[in-house]
Design a binder for this molecule. Structure first.
Ligand SMILES: [Zn+2]
Length: 419
């Protein structure tokens, strides 16, 4: 990807109304732009990051049997009335069609997916089933000042599972927990993310949140230092000892965190509203048990920026960086331009993702922009390095600069990016 052709630019100053660290950095670097409070445009480099996050989530959902669908954002009032959530769900965006028919923009999709599955599941032989989507969701948030951490429009994966009994639901619930930890590991967030007990709703005593530690997080959690389990502020009062290792709660450590995922056992809460039943081995009608599992893809993008940054800009983990390599040519010499062009083409041919800064800009601007954009590896070819037939290589997260011979660089990159 040639930087000259990008229609976006980095920005020094952005509006003072953008208070959050994540959105400020993402706007300055040209990854997103703000349309309204809690509503953002994903620009070419930002969309690449979001899609990579979504692809990691998609792969892990497919691995545990998830089947991807896409449900509509526009949902009719009647389905919300069936579950008594038209009035009870206070963050729904509601509007009217031409015929006075009322709709809500989907904030969650139990009301769509439950009657959908009812059309296909009749007997115990049809269960279990796992259905998910990665979709734009809407919530009428009162406060939307935290950038991508709390959007009015945001991207999210929601998975719904359907089971013949509670035991089967519980087994799958554990599988999803494990899949979520794989996702957080691939995103570089596993060491910062805690499985957190939260209040459970009508069916189960507890639900679980995945809370990612961050100074700007809006949630307070209490972490058991021995086994890493954590407890949400709302439930902490009922707890005496850690559920995992029995350590007393006086030892727990308070921390600020961002809720990046949550999982719920819904039991028969929604299947009963839609009279969704199946016939068991003995010919008896029974309620279907359900679970739902959310993970906020755009919120994760904001969380990663919150935790991986320094005063110069963002530090993307290599799994989700828009490109792994930022190639800069510094100087105006023709031989240098030719050499950089050759190297760019060679790297592309080898399958590397390269952002090539071929703009007519000064060294200072190019180097500052590279730090702000935060790609994992920076390569600089200049008249000085060319004299030694070398190229300068720097990892965004290290101060050290290495000089590598140009004919060794491909091998070197292959080794360091596969580590
Ligand atoms: Zn513990």
């Amino acid at each position: 990807m040639r930087q000259k052709f990008l229609f976006t630019k980095t920005r020094k100053e952005i509006g003072a109304e953008e208070k959050s660290l994540n959105a400020s950095l993402l706007i300055k670097a040209g990854f997103i732009d703000k349309l309204a409070a809690g509503v953002y445009i994903y620009l070419p480099l930002g969309l690449r990051v979001l899609r990579k996050i979504e692809d990691i989530i998609r792969e892990e959902m497919n691995r545990i049997g998830g089947q991807e669908i896409l449900m509509p954002a526009m949902t009719p009032k009647e389905i919300w009335q069936k579950t008594d959530r038209w009035d009870a769900f206070d963050a729904l965006f509601k509007f009217k069609g031409y015929d006075e028919k009322e709709y809500a923009l989907g904030a969650t999709h139990e009301e769509v997916v439950t009657p959908l599955l009812k059309k296909f599941v009749f007997s115990y032989r049809d269960l279990p089933k796992y259905v998910y989507q990665i979709q734009t969701k809407f919530r009428n948030e009162q406060r939307a000042k935290a950038g991508l951490l709390r959007g009015r429009e945001f991207s999210m994966k929601d998975l719904y599972s359907f089971h013949a009994d509670e035991k089967d639901l519980e087994n799958y619930y554990e599988m999803v927990q494990a899949a979520y930890f794989k996702i957080f590991a691939r995103l570089g967030l596993d060491k910062l993310t805690h499985l957190t007990f939260a209040s459970g709703g009508a069916f189960a005593k507890y639900s679980h949140e995945f809370q990612t530690l961050s100074e700007n997080g809006e949630d307070l959690i209490y972490i058991c230092p021995k086994c890493r389990l954590a407890y949400n502020k709302e439930i902490i009062n009922e707890i005496e000892k850690c559920h995992g290792c029995k350590l007393g709660k006086s030892e727990f450590k308070e921390a600020k965190a961002i809720e990046t995922g949550n999982i719920f056992k819904l039991g028969t809460r929604f299947s009963s509203s839609f009279e969704f039943k199946y016939v068991d081995e003995r010919g008896k009608e029974k309620d279907v048990f359900m679970g739902c599992y959310g993970i906020g893809s755009s919120r994760i993008m904001g969380s990663i920026v919150e935790v991986y940054n320094d005063k110069k800009g963002i530090l993307w983990p290599k799994t989700i960086a828009p490109c792994q390599i930022h190639l800069l040519s510094i100087g105006e010499n023709k031989a240098l331009a030719k050499k950089t062009e050759l190297l760019y083409n060679e790297l592309i041919k080898k399958g590397f993702e390269v952002l090539y800064d071929d703009r007519d800009e000064s060294a200072g601007i190019k180097l500052n922009d590279a730090d702000l954009l935060g790609l994992p590896l920076r390569l600089v070819l200049s008249e000085k390095t060319l004299k030694n037939n070398s190229i300068e290589l720097k990892s965004r997260n290290l101060d050290r600069i290495e000089l590598i011979k140009i004919d060794k660089i491909v091998k070197y990159l292959e080794d360091s990016l596969n580590k």
